[in-house]
Design a protein around this ligand. Structure first.
Ligand code: ADP
Ligand code: MG
Length: 333
C-alpha cells in the first residue's frame, strides 16, 4: 500500500519522551539535511535542541551557513536551537594521553618494565580508535543532559553500526578485565606481607568505564527516548544500504524510527513535452517507490527533489513543512 501510516509528526507525537535522534544512510542521500530539518522542527516546537556531528568530516557549518565548530553555538535567528561540530582531533589526542596513562598503570600492575609508548602507538594507530573517540564524544554530550532533544548527524552506515556494536564488545571486554583483575588482586593480597590496601586506579577506571558503557547502551536501546531514522532515495543502492542497516539495528536491539525517502521528482512537474531524461528518471523512481512501499512498513516521509540544494535556516524551515506535516495531513503529499 502506497501510503504513510505514521508520519514523522505522528511519530514524534507518539513518542513524547523522544530525546536522541539519529540519521543513517548512504552518502549523499540527505542525512545532514534531514538532521538539520528535524532539529529545526523540534526547536520550533519549543524544545531545547542540539544538532551535533561527531564526523571527522563536518558539514553542519556549511548547512547552517554559520561557524559551529568546536563548541555548542546558538543558531542565528532560531530560538532553542544549538549546533555543534565536535572537535574529534582534540578528543583523539586526549584519548591517546588517557590511554598512555592507563597502559602505564597496567604495565606497572603487571610488573612489566617496558616503555608504554610502543603499546600506545599500536593501541591508537587503528581506525577503530578514531571511532571510539567519536563515540565517547557523543556519549559525553548525551550524559551531560543539557538539552531536551539531541539530533545527531551520524557517520555513514558501517561506521555508525560499528560505533554501536562496539558498546556491546566494550562491556564484554571490561567484564573480562575486571574479573581477571579481581583474581590477580586477591592473589596479591594473599601473598603480600604488608596489609596496606593499595589504591587501584586501573580497577576504578574499568568499573566507571563499565558503568558508562552500560548507561550508554541503556539510552541507545530505549525505545521511548531513542530513534534511528534511515534516509534513502528511490534508487537501488541507497535502498540496499538501509535494508542492511535496519537488519543490523534489529539485531542490536536499537530502535528504528523509520524510513525517509528523499529527492523524489514530483509527478505534477511532468508534462507530455517534458524531456525524455526527466520522464525516464520518473519511471525509474516509480519502480523503486513500489519496492519501498512493498518492503518497508515504516515510511515516515516522502520528500520532493527541490530545484536547489538545501542550505541555510530558511531552507530547513521550508523543508520541515514537508517532512513534518501538520497533524492530520499526509506527509510529502
Ligand atoms: N530534497 C532535496 N532536494 C534538493 N537537494 C537536496 C535535497 N536533500 C538534500 N539535498 C542536497 O543534496 C546534497 C547532499 O545532502 P546531505 O544532507 O549533505 O547528504 P548526506 O549527509 O547524506 O551525505 C546537499 O547538497 C543537499 O543540499
Ligand atoms: Mg552528511
Amino acid at each position: 500500500m502506497s501510503e504513510i501510516k505514521q508520519s514523522l509528526t505522528d511519530f514524534v507525537v507518539a513518542h513524547p519522551k523522544l530525546k536522541f535522534m539519529f540519521f543513517g544512510g548512504k552518502g549523499g542521500v540527505g542525512k545532514t539535511v534531514m538532521a538539520g530539518v528535524t532539529a529545526m522542527q523540534m526547536a520550533q516546537q519549543g524544545r531545547r535542541t542540539i544538532l551535533a556531528s561527531t564526523n571527522p568530516v563536518h558539514s553542519l557549518s556549511g548547512l547552517l551557513d554559520q561557524n559551529v565548530y568546536g563548541q555548542a553555538t546558538p543558531v542565528k535567528d532560531v530560538p532553542n536551537l544549538w549546533a555543534y561540530e565536535i572537535d574529534t582531533k582534540e578528543t583523539i589526542e586526549r584519548s591517546k594521553q588517557d590511554i598512555k596513562t592507563k597502559i602505564r598503570w597496567f604495565l606497572k600492575f603487571a610488573e612489566i618494565s617496558t616503555q608504554a609508548d610502543a603499546f600506545v602507538e599500536s593501541a591508537t594507530m587503528n581506525p577503530a580508535f578514531e571511532e571510539s573517540a567519536m563515540f565517547e564524544n557523543m556519549v559525553d554530550l548525551m550524559f551531560k543532559n543539557e538539552y531536551d532533544v539531541y539530533v545527531f548527524d551520524t557517520a555513514p552506515t558501517a561506521n555508525a553500526r560499528r560505533l554501536l556494536g562496539m558498546s556491546k564488545v566494550y562491556s564484554m571486554w571490561v567484564n573480562k578485565m575486571v574479573k581477571s583483575r579481581e583474581e590477580a588482586q586477591s592473589l596479591r593480597d594473599l601473598f603480600s606481607f604488608t596489609k596496606k590496601k593499595e589504591a587501584d586506579p586501573l580497577m576504578e577506571y574499568l568499573l566507571s568505564f563499565r558503568e558508562r558503557i552500560s548507561h550508554a547502551r541503556e539510552l541507545l536501546t530505549d525505545v521511548e527516548q531513542t530513534a534511528f531514522f534511515f534516509v534513502t532515495l528511490p534508487e537501488a543502492l541507497p535502498i540496499a544500504v538501509i535494508k542492511r542497516f535496519i537488519n543490523w539495528f534489529h539485531d542490536f536491539g536499537i530502535p528504528v524510527g523509520g524510513v525517509v525517502v528523499n529527492m523524489v521528482i514530483q509527478k505534477d512537474q511532468l508534462r507530455p513535452d517534458s524531456p525524455e531524461f526527466v520522464k525516464n528518471r520518473v519511471a525509474m523512481q516509480d519502480a523503486y517507490m513500489e519496492e519501498i512501499w512493498r518492503d518497508f512498513d515504516n515510511v515516515r516521509a516522502v520528500l520532493p527533489l527541490f530545484d536547489n540544494e538545501v542550505r541555510g535556516t530558511e531552507a530547513l524551515k521550508m523543508m520541515a513543512q514537508h517532512a513534518f506535516p501538520q497533524v492530520g495531513t499526509p506527509a510529502g503529499g
